[in-house]
Design a protein around this ligand. Sequence first.
Ligand code: NAI
Length: 288
Amino acid sequence: MQTAIIGSGAMGSGIAQVLAQAGHKVFLYDTQSAALERANSSLKASFGKLAEKGKISNEQAEAYMANLQFVDSLEALAGSELVIEAIVEDLNVKQTVFRNLEAVVSGDCILATNTSSLSLASIAAACKHPERVIGIHFFNPAPLMALVEIIPAVQTDAALPAKVRSMVSSWGKLPVITKDTPGFIVNRVARPFYSEAIRLLEEGVADCATIDAAMTAAGFRMGPFALMDFIGHDVNYRVTESVWQSLFFDPRFKPSLSQKRLFEAGYYGRKSGRGFYSYAAGQELPAA
Ligand code: NAI
């Protein structure tokens, strides 16, 4: 199957890896050539690491890499049967991309979004054929995380969720179909996890490292601060704001000022070298 991903950042390149390993041809498109170059080298490195560990052969690594094409024009996606959009979490920007995309691809191409929180109905409403729009929401890092949420909009063709579910299963993932509700399942449940941790920090109850250590010792895989820094505050803050607004400003989901300031300062976490923690170049764990 010929597939395409729009946005070659953290999620787009991870999803591209999943699809390439599933044997699909993948066109990875981004407006930033630097992002495409980063994706190219990080995908090469990922397949190289898998081969080094003996999880795949060198020939497989080469074949997976050969499934990928890095493109800087939307027109290159013309022959796709499935497109997954993974760009910035902003409704207007996503709607524009879907509008432009529809002019390029064939009438039966599935148009999917990896949005974490935005309304599928609003994204589909930008399209002439909203019945082929659906959410396919991967988790970070996409090659490692099993869960994929599938979100039909009210406009989505009734047969599409089941079709997408079997496609997602064939990629070795665990699909869960959920309604088009702010944050879907995981991001809805996770909002208070983040916001309550930030509240503890703001109240001076304990520092980030202590709260993270307590939560991981209690069985969570990552502490809330390390996880927010990993996701990126640009993404995580926008998701919180979007869930809060979409739930009619329910105070339970109110974003925190501390995180808003990190977002405004460009302290996005790991990707920018600083968030709640500082990250020295090449360092795996937060410095402080
Ligand atoms: P990112 O910032 O790493 O990557 C976004 C990429 O999209 C960048 O390379 C950027 O150049 C490109 N881009 C922006 N506008 C574009 C356009 N108009 N056309 C083509 N490319 C464009 O962001 P990330 O983290 O990969 O997030 C992408 C989406 O995935 C967001 O909707 C986010 O909510 C969602 N998501 C993020 C997760 C995370 O943990 N970071 C987890 C699951 C979903």
